[in-house]
Design a binder for this molecule. Structure first.
Ligand code: PEP
Length: 250
């Protein structure tokens, strides 16, 4: 039985006062959620938000990390530093990082290993572009990304991970995947995990959908059998919208 997991990716948004206001508004709205809930603020707001989340049912996540624990890596933030701030999760390989910051499948794998070593659960993002979908390459691309992300990870490691299937054409566009498109991709990813590991492991790993999820389309997407939650961008910046999605989870 997989418990739905809804995580908010705040991206490059929210100063500390803004972050404080969002979290204070969100806490009572999701206090009775059946789903697991997390927010992923920018690095600069992690400590502020983490302090406000103490004693709540909302977990803290980061949006990125360094692949090394410490050393001469100017400008980076490491998994042990994120653990120190109270992070339980960290997004890795978001398409914006792949597109604008040159993140590769190999880099995603290194970050996943570094996070697991620090006791943080990676949220591993995969998904095809519109051109790749139109060229019927969705499965090929997603297979490359999933196999790359999990290279060298044991089944026990895999149980500590979450996959986020985020078709790039659906992110921030207002055009979500249909429930059937999401279900097909999620089922395919679960099949890949079964091939890499075993049925029990594949059946236990949660696969979130991400891409223009909002309160009005959440229930239908989240009711698909292999859709185990959502990674939410734009709609996570408004407490009512994010709570609407959280409370739509079965
Ligand atoms: C995301 O960036 O992870 C995302 C899903 O964005 P949005 O919900 O805005 O499409």
């Amino acid at each position: 039985m997989r418990i739905a997991f809804i995580a908010g990716n705040w991206k490059l948004n929210k100063t500390r006062p803004e972050a404080r206001a969002l979290v204070e508004a969100l806490k009572p709205l999701v206090a009775n959620a059946k789903a697991e809930v997390a927010v992923c603020p920018p690095f600069t707001a992690l400590e502020t938000v983490g302090a406000l989340l103490t004693g709540s049912n909302i977990r803290l996540g980061a949006q990125n990390c360094c692949h090394e624990p410490s050393g001469a890596f100017t400008g980076e933030v490491s998994p042990p530093m994120l653990k120190d701030l109270g992070c339980d999760y960290c997004i890795v390989g978001h398409s914006e990082r792949r597109q604008y910051f040159g993140e590769t499948d190999e880099g995603v794998n290194k970050k996943a290993k570094a996070l697991l070593a620090a006791g943080i659960k990676p949220i591993l993002c995969v998904g095809e572009t519109l051109a790749q979908r139109e060229a019927n390459e969705t499965e090929k691309v997603v297979e490359r990304q999933v196999c790359g992300a999990y290279a060298g990870l044991s089944a026990a490691d895999a149980l500590q991970t979450v996959v986020a299937y985020e078709p790039v054409w659906a992110i921030g566009t207002g055009r979500n995947a249909t429930p059937q498109q999401a279900q097909d991709a999620h089922k395919f990813i679960r099949g890949l995990l079964a091939k890499l590991y075993d049925q029990a492991t594949a059946g236990a790993v949660r696969i979130q959908y991400g891409g223009s999820m909002k309160p009005s389309n959440a229930a239908e997407l989240l009711s698909q059998p292999d859709v185990d939650g959502g990674l939410i961008g734009g709609a996570s910046l408004k407490a009512e919208d994010f709570a609407g999605i959280v409370n739509a989870a079965p």
